[in-house]
Design a protein around this ligand. Structure first.
Ligand code: TRP
Length: 332
């Protein structure tokens, strides 16, 4: 059983990215191992150039996302963790799969339509993005693709592409299955609990970054917005701020919402906010220390990337060879 996850390198590295991203990847790693399988994690840098980008930002965010993946618990000895552009089979595979992808299918992709509407310059790469994503998945004989609901259409297209390839050229590719896990807590801005925690929008004081020092984190929680009541009760409609803090406490400690509520029954907001801050410091500090260590030695980090790429190529290259051969390419 093989699980494949594609991870976009973004600038955002907040508590929200931990809750909705890094934490889930570690879970995927453990679940794959428990099922006697293997998980593959790919930083999809080649997808990043399909919308406007800056070279320095691409470079920095690739290094940073990779380091965070390791720092938060992906284990290069048990999983394959690598950068897409380090394994040329991805771009080659995408080209081959272009032969069994219809123009009309790509034109129907809602993500393409949405993104294209946001841009002055709509690149050809944005249009063929789903074909590269299909190559990512299919090169690894992937059984399961855990993704957000927004990627459902792309995974369905990947299945259609695989089936079409198999029909046309003979059984070659494993047809993968998408799984769409319930999104866990969606962490909100501590100052504006009606919007998601993001570095691109919202009050910076309400954004907990994964690189924040302990005292910075404590202060952000101390000044978090609550309400005029005093009950630590989960009620996202009426008590957005407090509910967000309860959810963060649950993420940081592994407790359930109900457990957090009962533990703080009658405690008042002051103590609660302080404790949530402390729990987040305890959660993030080891990650940040490991991250700093990884970023302080770029040679070692590149070495980890190289090892991941070698492991990835060991799986992807034989699949790519099979594709070339079945399609009638002369292999010298
Ligand atoms: N398109 C995915 C996203 O936006 C990222 C991605 C690229 C991906 N290749 C993938 C996800 C392969 C799963 C499998 O989130």
């Amino acid at each position: 059983m093989r699980v494949f996850s594609g991870i976009r390198a973004s600038g955002d590295k907040t508590l929200g990215n931990y809750s909705g991203g890094f934490r889930q990847y570690v879970r995927t790693q453990e679940e794959a191992a428990a099922a006697g399988g293997e998980a593959v994690f790919c930083v999809v840098d080649m997808h990043s150039i399909t919308t406007p980008f800056e070279p320095e930002v691409l470079r920095e965010s690739t290094l940073s996302v990779f380091a965070w993946l390791i720092a938060t618990g992906l284990d290069p000895d048990r999983s394959i963790v690598f950068v897409q552009s380090h394994v040329p089979a991805h771009s080659e595979g995408a080209w081959l799969l272009g032969a069994v992808t219809a123009f009309g299918e790509l034109r129907r992709m809602t993500q393409f339509k949405e993104r294209a509407d946001e841009q002055d310059f709509v690149s050809a790469g944005l249009f063929t993005y789903p074909v590269l994503m299909a190559a990512d998945i299919l090169l690894y004989d992937t059984d399961v693709v855990p993704v957000g609901d927004d990627q459902r259409q792309h995974v369905e297209l990947t299945r259609d592409i695989a089936e079409r390839f198999n029909q046309r050229f003979g059984e070659t590719l494993v047809v993968p299955r998408g799984v769409y896990p319930e999104e866990g807590a969606r962490v909100k801005n501590l100052q504006e609990p009606d919007r998601l925690m993001s570095t691109t929008r919202g009050a910076p004081q309400g954004v907990v970054r994964m690189i924040d020092e302990p005292d910075v984190i404590r202060k952000k929680f101390k000044t978090a917005v609550t309400d005029s009541g005093r009950e630590v009760k989960h009620d996202p409609q009426e008590k957005a701020g407090v509910s967000n803090l309860i959810e963060i406490m649950a993420v940081a400690t592994g407790a359930s919402i109900a457990e957090v509520e009962s533990r703080y029954d009658g405690a008042g907001y002051g103590q609660f906010k302080e404790d949530v801050g402390e729990a987040v410091v305890t959660l993030l500090t080891p990650f940040r220390e490991r991250y700093d260590e990884l970023r302080s030695d770029e040679g070692a980090l590149l070495g980890l990337m190289k090892r991941g790429a070698e492991n990835a190529a060991g799986v992807a290259n034989p699949t790519l060879d099979r594709m070339y051969e079945r399609m009638g390419f002369v292999r010298a």
